[in-house]
Design a protein around this ligand. Structure first.
Ligand code: NAD
Length: 499
């Protein structure tokens, strides 16, 4: 049984209160460990340790090339400990070993190597053109780190979400305190411990525990300069308000309600499989998921029929088994929330094409599994079409013409992802600029590359992650202007008041 304390100042630390909470495997409902519940005193100690590390010249004076070597160290650590990390993630979040080994781990290893390769050439120092009049100053613009960064992550992919923030934060020269979701911190803690084997003490620290208790202590701490948050839009709004007091920098990666538009010329089988992948990967517990399927009448019945078949083909089970293709909900409370949305859909008059309840077959045991659920005859003003369910639930909405489809797609407070299914990619391209989303796919879903920035429009947040440009979230610019004019009478500006 795992017993996980806190980690800061380069060492494991017991929580001041001595309190712990259980970690429950969502695939079995069994307790598999316990994690520390930090309080404000622990947060303060962790932030102080990060501040000391930031102020230490041993960290501050590292060159970009030396920081690139550190990123390669992160990549190697992820690679060398992949099996253990994947098992921890699967056990505490329900993420399948197949997803972890074919997407999450390779993606963050590749990102660390990608940023490391570009870091030595990154323009941390720039020389804008010299303007000759009235006096030729020598201008140097230097990009500097912000200080202590609070990294707060959600439970649906804690390892991936942590690394998407840690890589640019360290690349820019900051130090960090990470707070993963209280029910899913095992892989993040282990990474912090492993990284501390080669990083100076205090550069990477972790506090675990409740959102309100630990999160508020962290975001309100005067020595935290930056908050990078991945989670729900509601908590993101709360964090932005709290950050206002100290004018802390904020990056927000929030929720989504991805519209997936099936154009009349779409290939039926490609669309059926792609849209199923779009809403059922990790049982829909992914912010990018395509959860609103917009379909013209002519394709509606055949497409729904095929997607019902595909939904029935997914295999629930233990995420450690490579044959498992349907993940459990991450916690019992979340399963109840998802089931509540399904009931709301039924009550509002949407028609159930498949699913609609908890899965209780023998392979599901006491795990928190929800059947893949497709609602048809959904209107975009229904709760199941407006709110993020974060479960295996698809809302199929009919549209008349393409203009109506675009209007429905954009009629959402979210703007994280959108997609188009069409046999004419050129026509589909021409619609991309009309969709209010940070990522738009044509004939695919969930595809991301480490070179393309990822992030939201509208209430899905702001500030991009993934690409090298994410480093800008963790930097500030300083302009240094040097005058080489030594004769006071030739100082052109001074003459405005000094005659
Ligand atoms: P959540 O907002 O409930 O929690 C996210 C994190 O915030 C957790 O660590 C939680 O403990 C913490 N938190 C809660 N209250 C806090 C407070 N007052 N101050 C500071 N931190 C606080 O979200 P969740 O349920 O863990 O995750 C699901 C949500 O995350 C979904 O909305 C999903 O769309 C979103 N998400 C977005 C992205 C993205 O990249 N856009 C990626 C993954 C998940």
């Amino acid at each position: 049984m795992i017993s996980q304390p806190l980690f800061y100042a380069g060492a494991r630390q017991e929580p001041a209160s001595g309190r712990y909470q259980d970690v429950i495997d969502p695939a079995t409902g069994q307790v598999v460990g316990r994690t520390a519940r930090a309080a404000a005193a622990d947060v303060d100690a962790a932030v102080r340790s990060a501040k000391q590390a930031f102020d230490n010249p041993a960290w501050r004076n590292l060159s970009a090339s030396q920081r690139a070597d550190i990123l390669l160290g992160l990549a190697k650590t992820l690679h060398d400990n992949a099996a253990e990390l994947i098992a921890l993630e699967a056990t505490s979040t329900g993420a399948s070993v197949v997803r972890m080994s074919s997407f999450d781990l390779p993606a963050v290893i590749q990102m660390a190597m990608n940023v490391a390769s570009q870091l030595p050439e990154y323009p941390f120092v720039q020389y804008p053109p010299i303007r000759p009049l009235p006096e030729a100053h020598h201008v140097r613009v230097v990009k500097e780190p912000l200080g202590v960064c609070a990294l707060i992550t959600a439970w649906n992919g804690p390892l991936l979400l942590f690394m998407l923030k840690l890589i640019p934060a360290l690349a820019a020269g900051n130090t960090v305190v990470v707070k993963p979701a209280e029910n899913a911190s095992l892989s993040t803690f282990r990474l912090v411990e492993l990284f501390n084997q080669f990083l100076p003490p205090g550069v990477v620290n972790i506090v675990t525990g409740g959102g309100a208790e630990v999160g508020d202590a962290l975001t309100g701490h005067p020595d935290v300069a930056k908050i990078s948050f991945t989670g729900s839009t509601g908590v993101g709004q709360h964090i932005q308000k709290r950050a206002a007091d100290g004018l802390k920098r904020v990056t927000l990666e929030l929720g989504g309600k991805g519209p997936s538009i099936v154009l009349p010329d779409a290939d039926l089988e490609l669309t059926a499989r792609g849209a199923t992948f779009g809403y059922l990967l990790h049982s829909g517990q992914i912010c990018l998921s395509g959860t609103r399927l917009l379909v013209p009448d002519a394709l509606h019945d055949a497409l729904v029929e095929r997607m019902v078949e595909l939904a029935g083909s997914l295999q629930p089970g233990n995420p450690l088994d490579p044959n498992t293709t349907l993940a459990p909900m991450a916690s019992e409370a979340h399963m109840r929330r998802v089931l509540g949305y399904i009931e709301a859909g039924k009550a509002e008059g949407a028609r159930l094409a498949c699913g609609g309840g908890r899965l209780t077959s023998p392979e599901c045991g006491a795990g928190f599994f929800v059947a893949p659920t497709i609602f048809t005859e959904v209107r975009n003003d229904m709760q199941i079409a407006r709110e993020e369910i974060f479960g295996p639930v698809l809302s199929v909405i009919r549209y008349g013409d393409v203009e109506e489809a675009i209007a429905i797609a954009n009629d959402s407070c979210y703007g994280l992802t959108a997609g188009l299914w069409s046999s004419d990619p050129v026509a589909a391209y021409s619609l991309c600029s009309r969709l209010q989303a940070g990522t738009v796919w044509i004939n695919d879903w969930h595809a991301v590359t480490v070179d393309s920035p990822f992030g939201g429009y509208k209430q899905s947040g702001y500030g991009k992650e993934l690409a090298i440009e994410s480093i800008e979230n963790y930097l500030q610019s300083k302009s240094i202007l040097a005058s080489f004019e030594r004769k006071p009478e030739f100082k052109a500006m001074h003459s405005m008041i000094l005659r």
